[in-house]
Design a binder for this molecule. Sequence first.
Ligand SMILES: Cc1cc2nc3c(=O)[nH]c(=O)nc-3n(C[C@H](O)[C@H](O)[C@H](O)COP(=O)(O)OP(=O)(O)OC[C@H]3O[C@@H](n4cnc5c(N)ncnc54)[C@H](O)[C@@H]3O)c2cc1C
Length: 416
Amino acid sequence: MKRYDVVVVGGGFAGIGSALASARSGAKTLIVDKSNCFGGASVNSLVNPFMPFCTKIGEEYLLLSQGIFLEIHKKLKERGSIKGMGFLEEDLKFLINDMMIDADVDIMFNSYLSSVENVNGKIKSVTFATKGGQVTVEGDYFIDATGDAMLASLAGVPTVLGREGDNLCQPMTLCFRVGNVDVERFMKGRDNLSKAYTKAFNEGKFINPREDILVFKTPIPNVLNFNTTRVVKFSPIDAVEVTQAEIIARKQVKEIFDFMKEHACGFENAFLMMTAHEIGVRESRQIVGDYVLTEKDCRNFTIFEDAITACNYDIDIHNPEGSGTSHYYFPEGKFYTIPYRSLIPKTVENMLVAGRCISSDHGAQASYRVMSTVCNIGEAAGTAIGLAVKNKSSVREIDVKKLQTVLKSNGAFIGL
Ligand SMILES: Cc1cc2nc3c(=O)[nH]c(=O)nc-3n(C[C@H](O)[C@H](O)[C@H](O)COP(=O)(O)OP(=O)(O)OC[C@H]3O[C@@H](n4cnc5c(N)ncnc54)[C@H](O)[C@@H]3O)c2cc1C
């Protein structure tokens, strides 16, 4: 049986930040993902682009996501793989493979976490379902970067689902890509298309409850990325319900594509290139950690003493019940921070959680869930675990001031 200092489960932006930071701090690190590449939702669910991650203070722009995320961003830019905020996920896959290999991270793809051995609040090993059967890996420390808090949940850590009261999560969305679009004409015709959409929507012509068409340009000529399907009230952690959601979302893709063929400018020769491999999940389980980050903390621009990163992406809530999307935009120059305690799960001493499933309420999650910030959270988790490995301490016992100093000296912005 293989044994590591640190095992990271999940290779999305949170897992990427986690594994790179952990390995760079000298810990022997393994990262495992159920898919065949890095990128998480950006590759599995075609989530694109990066959302803005800066704020203006006086005449200066302050980048709130620096560290490993900025390193990735710069490297993609140097390769010509970013246009605007859109990026080529195929290039991301190459880049992250190289970065992991350079950092001496061991990688195991196509492996689905299926069980966890937790002995008195300490995880001893994790087991994956693979083509070769069950594979068990031992570790001293673990990072749950599965997005769904799957490792934490299997370890018996308390979790919550969705918003308080009714446990509904933000909608799931199957993104899709359309090729051979005359993008310039499409953009010029957006207003008319929106009017036609609203009319058809009000006449009940769509099964999709989304109020408008959400679309982003990509760096690929003549290709648009649509983030516009919406499936509500299905549980993102129940296989049967997720399957139903995938089927409904695919019907929505067809109805909106057919509608645009008829009504959108520049769509004369357009074709449906691809739908995502997996329906996108904005929100699912959150761990209950040592601190529950709240929407109120975000709106109060809270700077925590144990801050590990900062964020100002808007509180962007796609209605969990149907139509409508609400936004709270942070004023210029304002941001909030994320405390280290929100990464520490209750009841387990040798694991941290990184990504969209840290300890928070529904409103806070609607903001920090973006790829730039989850990568920062991952970097903090990997760095913290690196310190724990050196001191053989529990994740609660690490020196948070030291963590902050190391993060800053590695180029991260933590809001302090
Ligand atoms: C439709 C949609 C649109 C969005 N739009 C944007 C946007 O425009 N810009 C933006 O920045 N953010 C956007 N987001 C949010 C953002 O994409 C996610 O919140 C973010 O990518 C989450 O990163 P993560 O690393 O926490 O999780 P993920 O990216 O989901 O990564 C988790 C990884 O864990 C792996 N995994 C899960 N379970 C297991 C298991 N049991 N065994 C092994 N591996 C496992 C998965 O394969 C995956 O690679 C959007 C999200 C959605 C769903």
